[in-house]
Ligand binder design. Structure first.
Ligand SMILES: C[S@@+](CC[C@H](N)C(=O)[O-])C[C@H]1O[C@@H](n2cnc3c(N)ncnc32)[C@H](O)[C@@H]1O
Length: 246
């Protein structure tokens, strides 16, 4: 009888193995095949021995999902790898959508991971202690008009705002427009934290202000956290008060 395959959708955390859930490592160890974007595969090298490894380029998400399900239908245990958490701008949604479309009955297990904004917040202090909004500035799959509206509403609502995919080589104006929008709602002294490569090689942590944030390097390996109107910055530690009356 044919063996039952399975797909794990795994979040490997922000980078350092110490921040990867043991459940993720266990699933990787159990897998016959590991599929993911090249940069993420390199972060889990120690789990790859004896396994079939299929690395692919960016923007091949749907193909990766189809392949994972096809291999599982052949009886393989497959891990589909995302950085951070697979359900936060990761592979979990696409895999489940493709599974539905194929009307596949393959077992899927989503294993959560520490998302980039949690790792970045810990490096900066405690900027997410009150309500916050996470916004991706990538307009590849979302209309720029809608992203601007979300930035404005999060600004008006005084949310702490974390920006994923803030800037790429070909996409530079979005972070400038975001700063302009937020300056309508917050002072230019509002604390901002910029974390590049959090918990992995090349880590850079910068604290700055909303007025000066664009003077610092920001790219696709970076998360930007913009404080709310109560966020403070002291000795490079960013804190958003919860309201304990301290
Ligand atoms: C497609 S999203 C993937 C997010 C991922 N699923 C997560 O939960 O962290 C890629 C964006 O996540 C952010 N990112 C991921 N890992 C990071 C890290 N270690 N340090 C800083 N930013 C990171 C960057 O903003 C990057 O452009």
């Amino acid at each position: 009888m044919k063996k039952n395959g399975k797909v794990f959708v795994i979040g490997i955390g922000p980078g350092d193995e110490a921040y990867r859930a043991p459940a993720a490592t266990r699933a990787l160890m159990k897998s016959d095949t590991i599929i993911g974007y090249k940069t993420y595969i390199e972060l889990i090298e120690e789990t790859l021995e004896g396994k079939e490894v299929i690395d692919s380029g960016m923007r091949k998400e749907v193909e990766r999902c189809q392949l994972a399900l096809t291999l599982a239908e052949e009886g393989k245990v497959v891990s589909l790898v995302s950085s951070g958490d697979p359900g936060i701008y990761g592979m979990a949604g696409a895999l489940l959508q493709v599974k539905q479309q194929r009307q596949s009955d393959i077992e899927v297990e989503v294993i959560p991971g520490i998302t980039a904004v949690s790792a970045a917040a810990a490096l900066l202090g405690a900027p997410l202690m009150h309500d916050f909004a996470v916004i991706s500035l990538s307009d590849l799959l979302t209309d720029w008009e809608l992203i601007q509206k979300r930035v404005a509403l999060a600004g008006e609502g005084d949310f702490v705002i974390a920006l994923y995919n803030p800037k790429s080589k070909g996409r530079t104006i979005q972070i400038e427009e975001t700063q302009k929008i937020l300056l309508k709602y917050r002072s230019k002294e509002t604390p901002v934290g910029i974390v590049k490569n959090g918990t992995r090689q090349g880590e850079v942590v910068i604290v700055t202000t909303l007025g000066e944030m664009l003077l610092h390097p920001i790219d696709m390996l970076t998360v930007v956290i913009i404080g709310n109107s109560h966020t403070t910055m002291m000795n490079d530690v960013m804190i958003t008060p919860r309201g304990y009356g301290i």
